[in-house]
Design a protein around this ligand. Structure first.
Ligand SMILES: Cc1cc2nc3c(=O)[nH]c(=O)nc-3n(C[C@H](O)[C@H](O)[C@H](O)COP(=O)(O)OP(=O)(O)OC[C@H]3O[C@@H](n4cnc5c(N)ncnc54)[C@H](O)[C@@H]3O)c2cc1C
Ligand SMILES: NC(=O)c1ccc[n+]([C@@H]2O[C@H](COP(=O)([O-])OP(=O)(O)OC[C@H]3O[C@@H](n4cnc5c(N)ncnc54)[C@H](OP(=O)(O)O)[C@@H]3O)[C@@H](O)[C@H]2O)c1
Length: 378
């Protein structure tokens, strides 16, 4: 059995958010089949030999740009279309798909007529202003104040700066060396009659092959694979699947003997089983020992990964007792909390513990003392 440093920690990199590496996009493929409500992309980025090294469990930082169409729409509204350097600064530096309160206040100050009254009243009411900025972009605001013009010099003070976005790495560095893979859910919605997209997920989804992409590796502090002979339970619905695809590739490549149990869920089996074919092959090859799926919208009642965990609670408890590591990745707001509750319920029921003992076992023994309950949630 071979073990590489990639399983634990990649060497320190000179690249970071202030000094990103200019990578190239190699593939941009929609993973959802036609008829799906979702758009999840498999993104393959070429790092080559000069790019940053990474390990399973790390994330990739991406420095996005605004789409040209949004920058142009914004500049047209302001009658500033001729200024190429302003166009570039806006595209690369400032958030345009969302808007902050200081921008609305500046526009309200310059508005006239009924628009001025309406915007001024809004700015005087913090709660209403919060609601107003929640689902608008800069163009929506200018549409509410026809004729308002802003000086290019004041724009930087009125707009928020773009920050990089992190994506869990979906490939083992040894799978296709020189490449890094991501699984990206494209944020898309329509408000105030205009379609919008997430800044970074939209940027990645719009990229054509061979485009340059500024990236850096954000090493994980805790989300590492265990020793090769340890069992792992991986819970990764939706894009939460990303690091577990990397884990499975890595464990197969290096002949790890520990068993692998994957819980995956998404809306529909027919259209949203991300990497379904790869997992079927891994099962056939004996690299994936159990695969539990929860397709939430294939039946009248919702079925989620935590329901599958509870159905297989006795077996899951046996794995934990034998020292299995328990990993969760994906949505932090609801999924990870519900999975935590399911883990407590399984521990109480199959471990014969009181709720207090179950809490102690999951939150202290597993999570802190033995460090085998690990989360990568966002
Ligand atoms: C460690 C880590 C790992 C991650 N890994 C992944 C990963 O593997 N895959 C992945 O896809 N993401 C991942 N993420 C999330 C990712 O970093 C971004 O947050 C995500 O892609 C959204 O960013 P964005 O720039 O596209 O959207 P933004 O431009 O930031 O917009 C998102 C915002 O849009 C607003 N919004 C969304 N829908 C609506 C609506 N209907 N109406 C009004 N407003 C709305 C919300 O306020 C939301 O906060 C990870 C995050 C972290 C911290
Ligand atoms: N605006 C958009 O276009 C859009 C679209 C998708 C996701 N998102 C956001 O993007 C992020 C990533 O999305 P994603 O594609 O990774 O998938 P996701 O939205 O996390 O969904 C993956 C699966 O998890 C299910 N799920 C929902 N609530 C759950 C819970 N409490 N416990 C367990 N499973 C639960 C979903 O079911 P149901 O969906 O049937 O409830 C779905 O089957 C999420 O934060 C999500 O909110 C935005």
């Amino acid at each position: 059995m071979s073990e590489t440093s990639a399983a634990t920690k990649a060497p320190a990199s000179p690249f970071n958010r202030n000094n990103p590496y200019a990578s190239r996009l190699r593939e941009n493929v929609r993973l959802n089949k036609s008829g799906s409500a979702k758009d999840t992309r498999h993104i393959v980025i070429e790092l080559g030999s000069g790019g940053p090294a990474y390990a399973c469990g790390d994330s990739l930082g991406v420095l996005p740009r605004n789409p040209d169409r949004l920058v142009d729409e914004f500049l047209r509204k302001l009658d500033l279309t001729g200024d190429a350097s302003l166009r570039e600064i806006l595209a690369a530096t400032f958030i345009l798909n969302r808007v902050g309160k200081k921008f609305v206040k500046a526009v309200a100050d310059k508005a006239s007529g009924p628009a001025r009254d309406r915007l001024q009243a809004l700015c005087a009411d913090e709660k209403k202003l919060d609601e107003y900025v929640f689902d608008r972009d800069v163009v929506d605001v200018l549409q509410d104040a026809p004729g308002v013009k802003l000086d290019p010099a004041e724009l930087p003070g009125l707009l928020n700066k773009i920050a990089p976005r992190l994506y869990s790495i979906a490939s083992s560095p040894d799978h296709r060396p020189g490449e890094v893979h991501l699984t990206v859910a494209v944020v898309q919605y329509t408000t105030h009659g205009r379609p919008k997209q997430g800044l970074a997920s939209g940027y990645l989804a719009d990229l054509a092959a061979a485009s340059s992409v500024p990236v850096y590796v954000q090493p994980t502090r805790h989300f590492h694979l265990p020793a090769p002979d340890r069992d792992v339970i991986m819970v990764g619905p939706g894009t939460g699947i990303a690091p577990f695809r990397a884990f499975l590739q890595h464990r197969a490549k290096h002949g790890h003997t520990g068993r692998n149990w994957l819980f995956f869920g998404d809306q529909h089996a027919a259209t949203d089983f991300l990497y379904g074919d790869e997992f079927a092959s891994a099962q056939k090859a004996g690299h994936l020992h159990r695969l539990s799926t929860a397709f939430s919208r294939d039946q009248a009642e919702k079925i989620y990964v935590q329901h599958r965990m509870e159905q297989d609670g006795a077996e899951l408890w046996r794995w934990l007792e034998k020292g299995a590591y328990f990993y969760v990745c994906g949505d932090a707001k609801r999924m990870a909390k519900d999975v935590h509750q399911a883990l407590l319920a399984i521990t109480a029921k199959h471990g014969g513990k009181t709720p207090e003992q179950a809490e102690e076992y999951v939150s202290v023994t597993l999570a802190k003392t033995e460090k085998r309950y690990l989360k990568d949630v966002y």
